[in-house]
Design a protein around this ligand. Structure first.
Ligand code: DX5
Ligand code: ZN
Length: 235
């Protein structure tokens, strides 16, 4: 991974890609400007949907040049963390709500060689992070209830992002936002301190591996809206 910085990064979620063609989809989004590839792992227990596991991550890793950002929506997470790191995850994010021992899960992620992220559901307050801030590389704020792509952005989370940005201070911790990100909602979170924007439907809509330039336009539109919001607050 590149050294830490707070520039805007776009992380397309392959939850909205063609499930029969993940390799080509990953190559296409990276060629079209994706900074990270966001991989949503769901277990049908912590969230009401099932996606894929470590074997799929290992298979797609070969098609990703940059950062593979793995979002675990599974409970328990600990028994599977090492398998996802061995599958090539650069970042492994666990949910604060997924187990009783968040501190232990975060230590485990780092001990097996990945960056550690913690994700908060919309109803979980920022204070859940207070005593793990020095154990993490990333906070993932869910702006939808996890489980499905294509849901609407929950506006109450903007204030939570603002609070988290203040809590982080000068620690090298990314703030990633996931759910309902579009060129319309990206500025709301970019303005209060988010630097990594996950987008599924807003990146893949209208395109395919045969028309990858559509992905490129979609990525550029989200990035430009977020960067404009950043410049306006700096001015
Ligand atoms: C939701 C997933 C998201 C999802 C985002 O549980 O964690 O990453 O794919 O999809 P959009 O951008 O369509 O809301
Ligand atoms: Zn996600």
């Amino acid at each position: 991974m590149k050294p830490f910085d707070r520039s805007i990064k776009i992380a397309p979620s392959i939850l909205s890609a063609d499930f029969a063609n993940f390799g080509a989809e990953c190559r296409a989004i990276e060629a079209q400007g994706a900074d990270w590839v966001h991989v949503d792992v769901m277990d049908g227990h912590f969230v009401p949907n099932i996606t894929f596991g470590p074997a799929m991550c290992a298979a797609i890793r070969k098609h990703i040049k940059g950062v593979m950002d793995v979002h675990l929506m599974i409970a328990p997470a600990d028994p599977y963390i090492e398998a996802f790191v061995k599958a090539g995850a650069d970042i492994v994010t666990v949910h604060a709500e997924a187990g009783a021992h968040l501190d232990r899960s975060l230590q485990l992620v780092r001990s097996v060689g990945a960056r550690a992220g913690v994700s908060l559901n919309p109803s979980t307050p920022a204070s859940a992070l207070e005593f793990v801030l020095d154990r993490i590389d990333l906070v993932l704020v869910m702006t939808v209830n996890p489980g499905f792509g294509g849901q609407s952005f929950i506006g109450s989370q903007v204030e939570k992002v603002r609070q988290i940005r203040a809590m982080i201070g000068d620690r090298p911790v990314h703030i990633e936002i996931d759910g309902g990100i579009t060129p319309e909602t990206a500025p709301l979170v970019a303005a209060v301190g988010a630097d990594v924007l996950v987008a599924g439907s807003a990146v893949f809509k209208g395109g395919s591996v045969e028309t990858p330039e559509v992905y490129g336009r979609n990525i550029a539109a989200i990035r430009s809206a977020a960067e404009t919001a950043r410049r306006q607050i700096a001015a």
